[in-house]
Design a binder for this molecule. Structure first.
Ligand code: NI
Length: 169
């Protein structure tokens, strides 16, 4: 089922998600729906707060549905190591049409639980590292506009207000 993606400034986007404690059918359904919603929006990742569910769940698929081996489910994820710096354009499904450069760590290591509740570790570089950081930020209620310079953020917020007035946001 394709879920509705909430847009900024929906309050759920800025609330920290609750840790997942039950690895049940409801969780599996949420994750399946989140992948379907990501593909329908041509995204590479989605966090549960973006579909109005304040839980520490995120899905990532850099292949956008083309390669099942690239489907990643991160439950209760955390970054355990970060190194270097990258500065590339980033977007977010809760900010349609907004793309701006954001500074991120070049490499990160994460630990997370899978759908069975088993902990695993994974390293990411480049785009995967960026996706890990962007999605885990969502679970802490942190949005990418708050990782931009103040000048860029003001520009983006003005664009959003203009679109809101025009009824296109
Ligand atoms: Ni996002």
């Amino acid at each position: 089922m394709i879920l509705k993606i909430v847009k900024y400034p929906e309050p759920v986007l800025q609330q920290p998600g609750e840790p997942v404690t039950e690895f049940n059918e409801e969780l599996r359904k949420l994750v399946a729906d989140m992948f379907e919603t990501t593909y329908a929006s041509q995204g590479i990742g989605l966090a549960a707060p973006q579909v109005g569910v304040s839980k520490r769940v995120t899905v990532i698929d850099l292949s956008m549905g083309k390669d099942p081996a690239q489907k990643l489910v991160l439950i209760n994820p955390e970054i355990t190591f970060r190194e270097g710096r990258q500065y590339e354009e980033e977007g977010c499904l809760s900010f349609p049409e907004i793309r701006e450069k954001v500074a991120r760590a070049a490499k990160v290591r994460i630990r997370a639980q899978n759908l069975e509740g088993k902990w695993f570790e994974m390293d990411g570089e480049e785009l995967l590292s960026r996706a890990f950081q962007h999605e885990i930020d969502h679970l802490d209620g942190m949005l990418f506009i708050f990782r931009m310079s103040g000048l860029k953020r003001d520009m983006v917020l003005r664009r959003i207000r203009k679109m809101q007035r025009e009824g296109t946001w």
